[in-house]
Design a protein around this ligand. Structure first.
Ligand SMILES: Cc1ncc(COP(=O)(O)O)c(C=O)c1O
Length: 402
């Protein structure tokens, strides 16, 4: 079939991307979409026949392969099979979905919770269901794409404030007519930078300007707070966020997303959000795995301590070598490389020495701020982290990053 149309706008876009990918492949600089063929213990994987240390996974507490979680998933398959054959509203709701939502509400100290089939769909659907034309959404400039897409889809006036700049947020809140509904939305931990939002100040501003507050906890559940409950626990605050969003695909070794909030809000979302009404329910095994994982987090607090120790070892080690790890305070650790090419070269050296780590380049981050982004987990051993740092340090010197 000939892909050429009279107007070749689409094909120009398609070819530009294909050309960039082909150029990277020809120079041995393309590291995306590589299949992992085996998990080997905590943080080691088999990729292209080579065993590598995994530094690109969001499994912060090392729960993938946990026997209790695996057993819960298997039992759910035995009981319910592998799918739901329906949306939650019709035939898709299983007892395990309700149990999972109760577990999440309890974990997040909220009245109720609702789950969706992905974190992406959760943000898209929840923001666009709660907000609409004539309303205002105020979003941190570095928020995740799913929040941005939800804001755009809502049809509300979309305002971005400078990253973590609470003065700028206040200025923008002052510009919203007082009779309009408004929602402030931010990531708790920013996925490209690893820094933490100033929740206390944000809560204060939302109260002052009568705005709803929604926080995406994709990278804070299991990471922040003594018991891993997330950003409120981290700041010693209790139930101050109106809409607590999270995913079941990062610390929680499953797939899906959730929102925890007041009961009335959850009931509304169950009957008005399109990703809930028009998309199949979570498969039973995934719901059961997620349900068990929240319990394991509370039963095994040593994992959070180990994650913190590992994170400090890695960040301090890299800083000691002279790398710029930007503003990270968490297990997401960027190493600033500058150009995309330098980030790709550092990745190549790391991967050639069996450290599975990936670059983040434009347009995901602004040009000139390309980075190698590693994620640290509780499953890494001290000597594994030391080895990864040695490899990155040596390569960083060769490429001229340090
Ligand atoms: C901050 C944030 N929100 C939402 C998502 C989407 O979650 P999921 O991958 O579960 O769809 C991600 C995923 O990377 C994320 O980093």
């Amino acid at each position: 079939m000939d892909l050429k149309k009279t107007d070749d706008t689409v094909m120009r876009r398609v070819r530009a991307m294909n050309d960039r990918i082909n150029m990277l492949k020809e120079n041995d600089l393309y590291f995306y979409n590589q299949p992992v063929t085996e998990l080997r213990g905590g943080a080691r994987v088999l990729v292209n026949g080579r065993e590598m240390g995994m530094y690109a996974s969001y499994g912060y507490l090392g729960l993938l392969g946990h026997p209790r979680i695996g057993a819960a998933a298997k039992a759910a398959i035995d009981r319910y099979g592998t799918g739901t054959h329906g949306v939650r509203t019709l035939a898709g709701t299983l007892k395990i979905h309700n149990e999972l939502e109760e577990t999440i509400a309890d974990f997040k100290h909220a009245e109720a919770a609702v789950t969706y089939s992905s974190g992406y769909a959760t943000n898209l659907s929840v923001v666009s269901t709660l907000m609409g034309r004539g309303d205002y959404v105020l979003s941190d400039k570095l928020n995740h794409a799913s929040i941005v897409d939800g804001c755009l889809m809502s049809g509300a006036e979309f305002r971005r404030f400078r990253h973590k700049d609470m003065e700028d947020l206040e200025k923008r809140l002052q510009q919203v007519p007082s009779d309009r509904a408004k929602m402030v939305i931010a990531d708790s931990v920013f996925s490209m930078d690893g820094d933490i939002i100033d929740l206390p100040k944000m809560v204060e501003l939302c109260k002052k300007y009568d705005a709803w507050l929604m926080i995406d906890e994709a990278h804070s559940v299991g990471v922040l707070g003594k018991t891993g409950r997330g950003i409120e626990e981290h700041f010693g605050m209790n139930d101050v966020i109106d809409i607590k969003m999270g995913t079941l695909s990062k610390t929680i070794p499953s797939v899906g997303g959730y929102v925890a909030a007041k009961k009335e809000i959850i009931t509304y979302l169950r009957h008005a959000s399109r990703a809930y009404i028009f998309s199949a329910a979570l498969p039973p095994a995934q719901a059961a795995a997620a349900n068990e994982a929240f319990k394991v987090i509370l039963d095994e607090p040593w994992r959070i301590e180990k994650l913190n120790q590992n994170t400090h070892q890695y960040i301090n080690g890299l800083k000691g070598m002279g790398f710029d790890t930007m503003l990270t305070e968490t297990a997401i650790v960027p190493v600033l490389c500058g150009s995309d090419e330098r980030a790709f070269s550092l990745t190549r050296e790391a991967q050639h020495h069996d450290v599975f780590v990936l670059p983040v380049v434009s347009p995901a981050v602004p040009e000139g701020l390309a980075r190698l982004r590693a994620t640290i987990t509780a499953a890494h051993e001290t000597d594994e982290i030391a080895y990864a740092m040695e490899v990155i340090g040596k390569a960083g010197k060769e490429i001229g990053i340090i």
